[in-house]
Ligand binder design. Structure first.
Ligand code: A3P
Ligand code: MG
Ligand code: MG
Length: 376
């Protein structure tokens, strides 16, 4: 990567060249052996309840039980009565920081990166999502770089302007989750508990989140991931091996749809679950009317194999090598320390470059509680 625009008049706040750039292409740069990736290990977990209050326990962890398909349920049912989180409220990484405050300072101090899984997934799929712009903020404390989504006003506008069909499709993802889970393990549920799921109100405030530690190449990472459900009682060792991701997709009734699913959807399912060590994804396929027609379990480790050697598909090693390199680029560029110093990391589809620059700080995204704690 090369510095650009480093004029002699750079201000004190801009000690760095104004912007550093990393070219995503050519992908041949990443077509090598897999980098090391250590199995994600949960270090703490927490829940958000139905009014989005955070609790440092597993009260919102749900238990998997396959949905009934006869009669086939509609994933658009109950759309009007859903209770939805306000998309204009930006939570930043507050929940994750609160969780870290419950762990010894050293746990975080030893990590190179702290970010939600969504940001890692975004990095993993960038080589194959060259048309999708993204933007993140980063702040460094000691050796640890904290990263959050930079929720741009454009993104909020896009959400606000989305069509009714788009809203319904989004709803269908949550509805499917509701049809697949129970509040207690299936072995302790009655037929009535199972039947009740059909009419349950979707409330997107509730969430169970696992915070885990992993390593990609030489970088130690702490991340948090929303976990849809677990297969039975949560074990004390490696619970992620029992977690299960739930996803919806269009019914694959033509070869073209199958091709598009393998190329664009499967890579996202793979990256999201692989990063958190989740072994299986249950996919619910809906028809054009939103009716759930078919349910399939796909093993995370089988996904790369399914597309291997096929034209215009994706390769897991490319995703991982790219992610490792971009983390190295971020680590080198985000040098200045303190909650008041913030960098912006941006992918531009026009140039297919990732740029990093110091941003004019508005409000630090590390919370006052976190910034004033012994962790900082
Ligand atoms: P689907 O992924 O089945 O469409 P997750 O799958 O990550 O557990 O998220 C649950 C649902 O939230 C998704 O279901 C989707 O409906 C919605 N969702 C998650 N992330 C989204 C995003 N970035 N944009 C729009 N909807 C999203
Ligand atoms: Mg989910
Ligand atoms: Mg899901």
């Amino acid at each position: 990567y090369a510095p650009v625009d480093s004029g002699p008049e750079s201000s004190k706040a801009m000690k760095l060249p104004t912007q550093l750039k990393f070219s995503v292409r050519p992908l041949s740069k990443y077509r090598r052996l897999f980098p090391r990736f250590s199995e994600p290990k949960e270090i703490i977990s927490f829940s958000y309840d139905s009014v989005r209050k955070q609790h440092m326990d597993d009260r919102e962890l749900k238990y998997f039980c396959a949905p009934a398909l006869n009669p086939a349920p509609s994933l658009f049912d109950g759309f009007e009565k859903q209770i939805r989180r306000d998309p204009s409220i930006n939570e930043h990484i507050d929940g994750l920081l609160t969780a870290l405050l419950h762990l010894p300072k050293q746990t975080t101090a030893d990590a190179d990166f702290v970010m939600y899984r969504g940001m890692l997934t975004r990095l993993f799929v960038t080589p194959y999502s060259l048309r999708d712009a993204w933007s993140m903020n980063a702040t460094r404390i000691g050796r640890t770089i904290y990263i959050e989504d930079n929720v741009t006003s454009e993104a909020i506008e896009n959400r606000r302007g989305s069509s009714q069909l788009h809203e319904k499709l989004m709803y269908s993802g949550y509805k499917f989750e509701g049809l697949c889970v129970l509040d207690k393990p299936a072995s302790r549920c009655t037929a009535e508990d199972l039947a009740k799921r059909r009419d349950a109100t979707v409330n997107t405030h509730s969430e169970y989140c696992s915070v885990f530690r992993t390593k990609l190449g030489k970088f130690s990472i702490i991340s948090g991931a929303e976990i849809d459900c677990i297969d039975g009682e949560k074990p004390s060792e490696f619970p992620s091996r029992m977690y299960r991701e739930l996803k919806t997709a269009n019914l694959l009734d033509t070869p073209r749809k199958q091709e598009s699913f393998d190329r664009f959807k499967l890579i996202k399912f793979w990256a999201q679950s692989f990063i958190a060590g989740i072994p299986v994804v249950t996919v619910g396929y809906r028809d054009a009317d939103g009716v759930l027609r078919h349910v399939e379990d796909i093993q995370t480790q089988d996904m790369p194999r399914r597309v291997r050697g096929r034209r215009s598909m994706w390769e897991a090693n490319v995703c991982m090598n790219f992610a490792e390199q971009i983390l190295g680029f971020i680590k080198d560029a985000v040098k200045e320390q303190g909650p008041q110093t913030q960098y912006c990391i941006e992918y531009d589809p026009q140039t297919q470059d990732i740029g990093i620059e110091l941003s004019k700080i508005q409000t630090p995204f590390l919370t006052p509680e976190y910034a004033s704690s012994s962790h900082c």
